[in-house]
Write a protein that binds this ligand. Structure first.
Ligand SMILES: Cc1cc2nc3c(=O)[nH]c(=O)nc-3n(C[C@H](O)[C@H](O)[C@H](O)COP(=O)(O)O)c2cc1C
Length: 201
């Protein structure tokens, strides 16, 4: 029977890590794997920031402050805001390494109209997604756990400024990386309902 390649099935989101530091040579390798992703018209519209130092706290603080403002604007109670933001802070600072995928306009086409400009940025985002998947597959291949965390896409400027990154680097994806905690029980992956999700035309 034709089966999904094992290395694709083997990658799972793992959200708990041993405290061990991750070898920077391995982190470089997974970032290099990310950079082999397809990208529009031979561009490489992404930049990567590996955070494996105390800078994790600055990043969590910067993104957390924006999330507090957003939740406050949504009318969420102060106690619930504290609970959510504190849990996120702990998750971010507790990961041995974070890899931030940033988008830049460098290498992308510019259009005079908003419609095509948005489509161009959308292509860059698609490419970033492909790159992040490469990164996580490579991490799994090295026996590392990883989990994509959505936070920076909601506050790219705050994430950038928290790490004092160059102005055009806009964080849009964050991946937690570390040695997996052997006690972590992953969520059950539901079967893929092919008949719902795919049709031929
Ligand atoms: C764009 C994106 C954002 C995500 N954000 C989060 C997140 O903020 N927190 C989290 O725990 N998992 C996050 N995930 C991981 C998904 O929950 C996970 O991929 C999904 O449940 C499928 O499980 P699997 O990766 O183990 O196959 C995100 C995944 C994607 C693609």
């Amino acid at each position: 029977m034709t089966a999904v390649p094992r290395f694709i099935e083997a990658r799972r989101s793992i959200r708990a890590f041993r405290p061990d530091a991750v070898d920077r040579a391995v982190l470089d390798c997974v970032v290099e794997a990310a950079c082999l992703a397809p990208a529009p018209h031979h561009s490489r519209p992404w930049r990567w920031v590996v955070v494996d130092t105390q800078a994790k706290t600055a990043l969590a603080d910067g993104m957390g402050a924006q999330w507090r403002r957003d939740l406050g604007g949504d009318g969420v109670s102060p106690a619930r805001i504290d609970e959510l933001v504190d849990a996120s802070h702990t998750k971010i600072t507790g990961a041995p390494a974070l890899v931030l995928g940033c988008l830049t306009w460098d290498g992308l086409d510019r259009y005079p109209d908003e419609r095509r400009q948005r489509a161009e940025w959308g292509m860059a985002l698609l490419s970033l997604g492909a790159a992040v998947e490469n990164l996580m597959l490579a991490a799994a291949d090295h026996g590392l756990a990883s989990c994509w965390v959505a936070a920076p896409i909601f506050c790219p400027e705050e994430a950038r400024d928290a790490l004092e990154l160059p102005e055009p680097w806009l964080p849009h994806a964050m991946v937690l990386v570390g040695v997996p905690d052997p006690d972590y029980a992953g969520r059950v992956r539901p079967p893929v309902p092919m008949e719902e999700l795919r049709r031929y035309a």
